[in-house]
Design a protein around this ligand. Sequence first.
Ligand code: FES
Ligand code: FES
Length: 213
Amino acid sequence: MPTPGDLDFSRRGVLAGGASVAAVTVVPTRATAAPGKAAAASPPTSKVAFEVNGTPHALELDTRTSLLDVLREHLHLTGTKKGCDHGQCGACTVIVDGRRINSCLTLAVMHDGDTITTIEGLGTPDKMHPMQDAFVEHDGYQCGYCTPGQICSAVAVLDEIKAGIPSHVTADLTKAPKVTASELRERMSGNICRCGAYSNIIDAMTDVAGVKA
Ligand code: FES
Ligand code: FES
């Protein structure tokens, strides 16, 4: 039969035992946190060299850095915009080796040796690219967020059509695609604007292509 003293001792024992269990569980948590901290202090890096708007760059980068972040944060080419950072809006469109891509969806270290053109490389306020001129002429330019990506896309779209690359709406795959409104709308559909100047953009593009859509 336990005495009141025995019960006291048992309760204290239980509490002490609980504390030591807690202590035991804390130690491995701290121990496992330490390597994580060490990893954060020195992220994996890699060397990469590419040309942006005619200027060669050699960089050592955290391998997780997107091309978009390198352009904006490392090279300070802020013409390329970060809209969604998820490949949904097209604001970050740049031209890599002649093809347009969403720079938020690609890692910079994947572009060793590539040639990259951003909106700054197409033209300047004093010497605009014909597509930039046409966007102004047809009131196709919009906010500073979506316009750079749309112009880069528009330039590459006309090159795609010229190269005979079909789109989802190309009816006859045995013939070269034409610059039509439906081809342009389909190919520009990855560049989203909420303000609705799409028809002016089509006018600008058909003007540059020298056709009537
Ligand atoms: S920021 Fe890249 S698609 Fe939106
Ligand atoms: S003008 Fe840029 S989102 Fe519409």
